[in-house]
Design a protein around this ligand. Structure first.
Ligand SMILES: Cc1cc2nc3c(=O)[nH]c(=O)nc-3n(C[C@H](O)[C@H](O)[C@H](O)COP(=O)(O)OP(=O)(O)OC[C@H]3O[C@@H](n4cnc5c(N)ncnc54)[C@H](O)[C@@H]3O)c2cc1C
Length: 312
């Protein structure tokens, strides 16, 4: 079931017709359907969303959307957009935390340029004390993402962390290596459609792996982030922390903008660190389709919104 629904949305995400329809209506007004998961197209939209999140007692990380760029010029544009975002966030006085993807910085075009671009961002981020999280993309990029992260770590960059996916059996070993470095890890289940030979396919396997890795992170990790909307994973985390006397401040929860807002505020009200991942920018379509694929019920909401938009 997990992979069937991801498969359908993977196909839809590749559809040009769907993309142009969605792009026309998705963020058009404050009520447009993509606004549920995406803060807007501009940095100003993202900063406004971040302020609302912080006013509600939560933290945030901003993601300037984009992935799989095809040219060095696009990778350079994305890098410059991140550098501009850093300045705007610093001027706005909100929390300083960014998330980005290496394919957005040119990983599939030229690896050395991608590393340079990442270094430019980390260098721009460091004086303002930003933390930069490298999102984990599909399994073609897992190894190279770790390689680049670990190379920069060896070069002394400490204002960066990495995301890991519990649906990959390899992740436990990767996490132990990250813990030994002292690197900050965000644990997620994994959002991509992956083949059986590299990834667990069933929810019970992905969940069991998540719990095992969560325990390793809470025990030996550096400020780990447990990023999930799954109440069973959250309960398992809270129970383990209680059992081991792990203080609340040692780890944080993370959730996506617009997903399980009830749980977000509930955990924050109980004093747990809660960081909301806020995506913004024009390239929101692949991100949005992954969110639909995670919960087929979201499609009903999309169809209703589209009907409403096109009759406006
Ligand atoms: C902060 C953060 C950063 C992430 N970064 C990455 C990354 O770098 N790489 C990566 O591969 N993945 C990333 N993800 C996505 C992640 O891999 C999952 O695809 C996503 O979080 C859904 O899994 P889940 O843990 O919430 O559990 P699931 O078992 O998928 O869902 C549990 C419950 O959460 C709710 N829910 C989950 N998703 C949705 C949704 N889209 N809409 C409405 N309700 C929903 C539903 O109630 C569902 O029953 C990130 C997720 C978060 C929260």
């Amino acid at each position: 079931m997990l992979s069937v629904s991801k498969g359908i949305f993977h196909a839809l995400a590749a559809s040009k017709g769907m993309k142009s329809l969605a792009s026309k209506y998705g963020l058009r007004t404050d009520r447009s359907f993509a606004r549920r998961f995406v803060a807007g197209e501009s940095v100003a939209d993202a900063i406004a969303a971040a302020r609302r999140i912080e006013a509600a007692g939560m933290m945030q990380t901003l993601d300037y959307l984009g992935e799989s760029v095809a040219t060095m010029a696009e990778a350079d544009r994305a890098t410059r957009a991140y550098l501009a975002t850093i300045n705007e966030i610093a001027a706005a006085g909100i929390g300083r935390n960014l998330s980005l993807k290496l394919t957005q910085l040119g990983l599939t075009v030229d690896r050395a340029t991608c590393v340079d671009n990442l270094r430019r961002i980390l260098d721009g981020a460091a004086p303002h004390e930003f933390f930069v999280r490298i999102d984990m993309e599909d399994s073609r990029y897992t190894q190279v993402t770790f390689d680049i992260f670990e190379t920069l770590w060896q070069q002394g960059y400490r204002n960066a962390g990495i995301a890991v996916q519990s649906y990959l059996p390899r992740t436990l070993a990767d996490v132990k290596r990250m813990n030994a470095l002292g690197a900050r890890v965000r644990l997620v289940k994994g959002a991509y459609r992956e083949p059986r030979r590299v990834a667990y396919q069933s929810k019970p396997q992905v969940d069991a792996s998540f719990i095992e890795i969560m325990r390793v992170l809470l025990t030996d990790g550096t400020s780990p982030a447990i990023a999930t909307h799954d109440p069973a994973m959250i309960d398992a985390t809270l129970a383990f922390a209680r059992e081991r006397d792990i203080p609340q401040g040692h780890y944080e929860f993370q959730m996506l903008y617009g997903v399980r807002r009830d749980l977000q505020t509930q955990l924050a009200a109980q004093g747990y660190g809660m960081r909301v991942y806020i995506p913004f920018g024009q390239e929101w379509f692949p991100y949005f389709m992954r969110r639909l694929g995670e919960r087929p019920a979201n499609v009903g909401f999309l169809v209703r919104s589209l009907l409403r938009e096109s009759s406006d």
